[in-house]
Design a protein around this ligand. Structure first.
Ligand SMILES: Nc1nc2c(c(=O)[nH]1)N[C@H]1C(S)=C(S)[C@@H](COP(=O)(O)O)O[C@H]1N2
Ligand SMILES: [Mo]
Length: 488
C-alpha cells in the first residue's frame, strides 16, 4: 500500500498536468453540447470570439499556450498532452485496482469504509474540532478520525470512479455508440465540466490532506506514509520520502523537456501504449446517432480556413460545376466523378454530433453518399488497408505557426463500412457551405473531427500510411502530433 500511495502521487501529477494541457486547447466550459461562443460558464482565456465576430475565425485560434510549469508539455501541444493523459490513465487504473484489492484482502477496508451513518455527524464534529485548532480523536481502535475516514472513503470509492466515468463519457466512439447513455452526465460538455470539477475536488482534497499531514506531525506521519509504520525510523522515512518526491519532480522536468524537444519521438513512444487502445474503440463501436431536428446547433464552429487560391474560388463561384473527385490507388476500377455523378450513387442522411479534439461539440444534419457505396464502385484491392483523403487547403497559406502542406487524412478501410460513414454534400438541408468543406467532406461519426477531411479533391486506397505525407496518418498527426486513432 505504501508503494501504491507513491505511484498514485506520481500518476496523479501526470494526470493533472496533462489534463491542464488538454483544457488549454479549449479553455472554456459549458453545460450544453451546442456550446455557442460567448455562452460558456467558465472561461480561462482573455480571447473572446462570438458567433457574429466580423472576422472569420477558426477554433484552433481558441487554443491557449500555457506554461510547461502547469501543463504537460505546455505551449499548445494538445496531441502530446492527450498522449500523456491516456498513457497514464491506464497505469493509474491498474494502480487503483491493485490498491483496492489489497485493501480488501488485508481487511484494511474496515478503516476506510464507513459501516454506520454516525460517521456523518461525527465527521462534522471532527471538522468543528479542527476549526478550533485542535486535533480530533481517532475512532477507537482505528488509525483515522471520522472526517478523515469519510474523506478517504469518498475520494477512493466515489471521486476516483467518477473521474474515470466522466473521462470515458467524453469519448466520441462511446458517445456515438450510446448516444442515450451519453446524456447521463449532460452530454460531452456536461462530462467535460464535471471532469474539470472532479479535478478541482481532487486538488482541494490534496491541499487539505497535505496540510493536515503536516499539522498532525510530519516526522511521525512520514514514517507511516513511507515505511507503513508510524513508529518506524523517522530519519530514514524523511530521507526516503523526500528523495521520492524529488525523483517525481525530476522526472517531470525531464519528460517535459523531452516532450517539447523531441515531439515526434514522444508521439511515437507514447503511441505504443495509446494507439492500440484507440484503435480498438474505433473498431468495436459503430455510430448509432439519431438526433432530432430540434437538436441541431444554431451555431456550428469551424476548424480550418477554406482553401486559399483562385482555382478554388472560381470553382465555388460556379457552384462547383467543374469539380471532379478522383478515386484511385489500390482499386480495380479507378474513377473520376462530378458532383452529379456522386449524387447519383445514393443518399444517406444523419443528424449527428461533431466532436472536435479540442473539446467543442455541435449537432448538424449531414447528407451524402455512403462511403461503402463508393467503395463498392471502385472495388478496393485485397492489399488496400487505408483510405487517404486529400484536401484542397494548403495550411502553409492559411494558418502559419510553422506548419505547412496540404491537409489530408486517413482512415482504416474497415471504417468505411460504418453505417454513418458518408461523403457529405449537404449540411442542414443545403449544399455544404464553403467553411464546412464545400463541395465534399467526410463524416465518420465515431471519430474526432480532425479525421473528417473537408474540401476533398481526391481519394486514394493504400496498403500503408507510412509513405503518405510525413507518415503519421494525417496532416494533424504529422504537424500537431495527434494520435492516428481518434476514438477517444
Ligand atoms: N481540409 C481540412 N479538413 C478538415 C480540417 C482542416 O483544417 N482542413 N480541420 C478538421 C478539424 S480539426 C475539424 S474539428 C473539422 C471541423 O469541421 P467544421 O469546420 O465543419 O466544423 O474539420 C476537419 N477537417
Ligand atoms: Mo478539430
Amino acid at each position: 500500500m505504501v508503494v501504491t500511495h507513491f505511484l498514485n502521487i506520481f500518476f496523479m501529477l501526470l494526470l493533472f498536468r496533462s489534463g491542464i494541457e488538454v483544457l488549454s486547447a479549449f479553455p472554456k466550459l459549458y453545460w450544453r453540447d451546442d456550446c455557442p461562443p460567448g455562452r460558456e460558464w467558465l472561461r480561462l482565456t482573455k480571447k473572446t470570439f462570438s458567433a457574429d465576430s466580423r472576422k472569420p475565425w477558426s477554433s484552433l485560434e481558441e487554443e491557449e499556450s500555457w506554461s510547461p510549469v502547469v501543463a504537460l508539455p505546455g505551449h499548445k501541444n494538445l496531441g502530446l498532452g492527450r498522449h500523456w493523459h491516456f498513457m497514464t490513465i491506464q497505469f493509474w487504473i491498474v494502480t487503483g485496482a491493485v490498491y483496492i484489492s489489497l485493501v480488501f484482502a488485508t481487511g484494511y477496508w474496515h478503516y476506510l469504509v464507513p459501516t454506520h451513518w454516525s460517521i456523518v455527524p461525527n465527521s462534522i464534529k471532527a471538522i468543528g474540532t479542527y476549526l478550533h485548532f485542535q486535533i480530533p480523536a481517532k475512532i477507537p481502535g482505528q488509525p483515522f478520525e471520522p472526517a478523515q475516514k469519510l474523506a478517504y472513503f469518498m475520494v477512493i470509492f466515489l471521486l476516483a470512479p467518477f473521474q474515470i466515468a466522466t473521462g470515458a463519457a467524453m469519448s466520441p466512439s462511446l458517445l456515438a455508440r450510446f448516444p442515450r447513455s451519453g446524456k447521463l452526465f449532460g452530454g460531452k460538455q456536461g462530462a467535460r465540466t464535471l471532469h474539470f470539477l472532479g479535478m478541482c475536488a481532487f486538488g482541494a482534497f490534496i491541499v487539505v490532506h497535505v496540510f493536515l499531514v503536516i499539522v498532525h506531525g510530519l516526522p511521525k506521519e512520514f514514517a507511516a506514509i513511507v515505511l507503513g509504520n508510524p513508529n518506524g525510523n523517522r530519519r530514514l522515512a524523511l530521507g526516503l520520502g523526500l528523495s521520492g518526491l524529488f525523483a517525481i519532480l525530476l522526472f517531470h522536468v525531464i519528460i517535459t523537456w523531452f516532450s517539447l524537444r523531441y515531439r515526434r519521438r514522444t508521439q511515437r513512444l507514447l503511441g505504443f501504449m495509446v494507439d492500440p487502445f484507440e484503435r480498438v474503440l474505433s473498431r468495436v463501436f459503430t455510430s448509432r446517432q439519431h438526433f432530432s431536428r430540434s437538436d441541431i446547433s444554431a451555431y456550428h464552429r469551424v476548424n480550418g480556413y477554406p482553401p486559399a487560391g483562385e482555382e478554388y474560388e472560381r470553382m465555388a463561384r460556379n457552384g462547383f460545376r467543374d469539380y471532379r473527385l478522383s478515386v484511385g490507388g489500390l482499386v480495380a476500377n479507378p474513377m473520376t466523378l462530378s458532383l452529379d455523378q456522386l449524387r447519383a450513387l445514393g443518399e444517406r442522411r444523419q443528424i449527428t454530433k461533431h466532436n472536435c479534439i479540442q473539446g467543442w461539440t455541435a449537432v448538424a444534419e449531414w447528407a451524402g453518399i455512403p462511403l461503402e457505396r463508393l467503395m463498392a464502385e471502385v472495388r478496393p484491392a485485397r492489399a488496400a488497408r487505408y483510405i487517404v483523403f486529400y484536401a484542397m487547403d494548403d495550411k502553409g497559406l492559411t494558418e502559419g505557426e510553422g506548419r505547412y502542406g496540404y491537409f489530408y487524412g486517413t482512415i482504416p478501410l474497415h471504417l468505411a463500412a460504418n453505417p454513418q460513414c458518408i461523403l457529405a454534400l449537404d449540411m442542414n438541408g443545403a449544399p455544404l457551405p464553403v467553411e464546412h468543406g464545400a463541395p465534399l467532406r467526410l463524416r465518420v461519426e465515431t471519430q474526432l473531427g480532425f479525421k473528417m477531411v473537408k474540401w476533398i479533391t481526391g481519394i486514394e486506397l493504400v496498403a500503408d500510411i507510412a509513405d503518405i505525407g510525413l507518415g503519421m496518418g494525417g496532416w494533424r498527426e504529422d504537424q500537431q502530433y495527434y494520435a492516428n486513432g481518434a476514438g477517444i
